[in-house]
Design a binder for this molecule. Sequence first.
Ligand code: NI
Length: 276
Amino acid sequence: MDPQRKGFWVNGPWRASARIGTQIVKSLVFWTLTAVLLSSSYESIMQIRGSSQRVQPAASVESGGDLPDAGNSAFLDEDAPGADTGAPDGGDRKLAALTFDDGPHPVYTAKLLDGLKERGVQATFFVIGKNIPGNEELIRRMDEEGHLIGNHTYNHVKICDMSGEAACEEVERTSELVQEITGRNTEFVRPPFGAWNKQMECSFVMIPVLWDVDPLDWTTKNTELVVQRVLGEVESGDIILLHDWYDSSVEAALRIVDEMQAQGYEFVTVDRLILE
Ligand code: NI
């Protein structure tokens, strides 16, 4: 073969294909790196979003305080989401959470559940453990009908007057009863009398929840008065405290729902008020 021709085969097609091969390898490396970078930054964004959602409620557990009268602080940490009075999602939605303490009551809680169901409203029930035996069906209904079940201790005790161990036991006993019925533990705790022990460390999750609006419904049988107290004070993002232990409170709650729904309010459970 003549040397020029040999040179053509060595330098021409071979070099050309080598060049093409190099280009292919380069673009493969480029796209692989791009894909790796994109997926890792997506992952880290999702991790940040996920952890911020988990961290916030936990922060409110640590920084509680003894607040016999909770005033305007719904959570014991004033920086916790939901403690302010703005709409939690920053949009135009008007949200509020109805919370009911001291039940379940065989008559009034059942009546309340019927009324809430009729109105398509989900609420939060902070139940007392010792009121559960005999009322298991009401706990099951709360769960099945989309309400959140929170913990109000077993014996309605003032947690800050007890040892940490005894206080944890009060909460745990109630949580176990609820868990036996619904399959779920209670994570949100409303300390009776609003008295919390910030040093308290139990082996399970506890998110203390206070309230923004307290019409002192347990001090009066006057339904109208309770309704007016709540309507006069409530703002979007508020947690309303009532007791499903009294007929007048249940009557008031249902009228409050009707009035506030007419004003464009949506009712959510307290966990949604925190997380949204
Ligand atoms: Ni109570």
